[in-house]
Design a protein around this ligand. Sequence first.
Ligand code: SAM
Ligand code: DTB
Ligand code: SF4
Length: 346
Amino acid sequence: MNDMSRVPAPSHFPHSATDTQDWSVEAVVALYELPFNDLLLRAQQIHRENFPDADVELATLLSIKTGGCPEDCAYCPQAARYHTGVVAGKLIPLEEVVAAAKAAKQNGATRFCMGAAWREPKEREVEKVETMISAVKSLGLETCATLGMLKEEQAQRLKQAGLDYYNHNLDSSPDFYPEIITTRDYQDRLDTIKNVRQAGLKVCCGGIVGMGESRLQRAGLIAQLASLDPYPESVPINHLVQVPGTPLDGATPLDPLEFVRTIAVARITMPTARVRLSAGRQDFSEAVQALCFMAGANSIFYGEKLLTACNQEAAADRALLAKLGLKTCGAGDATGCGDCSSATHA
Ligand code: SAM
Ligand code: DTB
Ligand code: SF4
């Protein structure tokens, strides 16, 4: 049953990060429960008010340290304890990172995200990643890294090396989280996000849906993200990539329209964020992905590979964006897409 009285009127929605408000789980559920077209209309209105060009950001991922991770994230093919066929490697050489970043830029990506299968980086690892960040930044790409838990001092060092964004996901709602991960708790994640903010880095933080959580729990994730003060500049919404050998392989698939609703709710509650249609996108038809863009998604992971799993082919992405008449953020422009022209999200 729709109860519009629980949904803030459009004029009361926050329109910049300075307007960050506490989103109750109940208010987010009320958005989810709107008739589909009402939800999409509202999301698209808010999207256009904040992103008049409606451009799409292309972010390319590279795994700089694959597999062998001591954590027990039930979705993750890189956890050493699951037998997924992912071969554990060492931190890759700088030259490989630079070559991949050059190729990503050549293909039109504006953001380059380096991921490592660590619980947290050691000091000498931070040093090596600093060198990688500086090299990627000097190519004129926006830089992002996801290395696990981070102390404030480490975040400061990465910032000084040229890091723009740090990705650290909340992954799920606080109540569902213990069913997915037991080796670090929700507060550890919030602490890392705080450390990243304190260091002056921009935050990339989202989660995964399709892990068997309820709608209430999806709303719980979005309420947590939207109530971060300020909310993240980038919000990756991943659709579980089911990997044989992980405990979540075989989870009941999410209704694709529920995924579209999740994108719309993220857009409405975090109006100036780049909402990224992230991992697991290749499971959705072009029509569903088009609905995600209508719902306010304005970023994608772009390139044949995510970290270890396959992504939609870059050529297929270019064809889809062309078919939909969607522009991408300033390809080849060192300033990236100049997204979030609002002061706090610049
Ligand atoms: N090890 C670091 C950490 O966990 O913070 C960084 C890399 S980790 C792979 C980054 C994120 O990828 C996870 O938090 C999760 O949201 C996402 N992820 C990992 N495996 C996934 C899967 N099978 N499907 C969807 N998203 C996944
Ligand atoms: C995020 O939210 N999704 C990306 C990125 N941040 C690092 C990772 C997706 C991983 C999908 C499974 C794999 O490739 O191993
Ligand atoms: Fe390790 Fe990150 Fe995978 Fe968790 S998500 S097992 S911390 S690589």
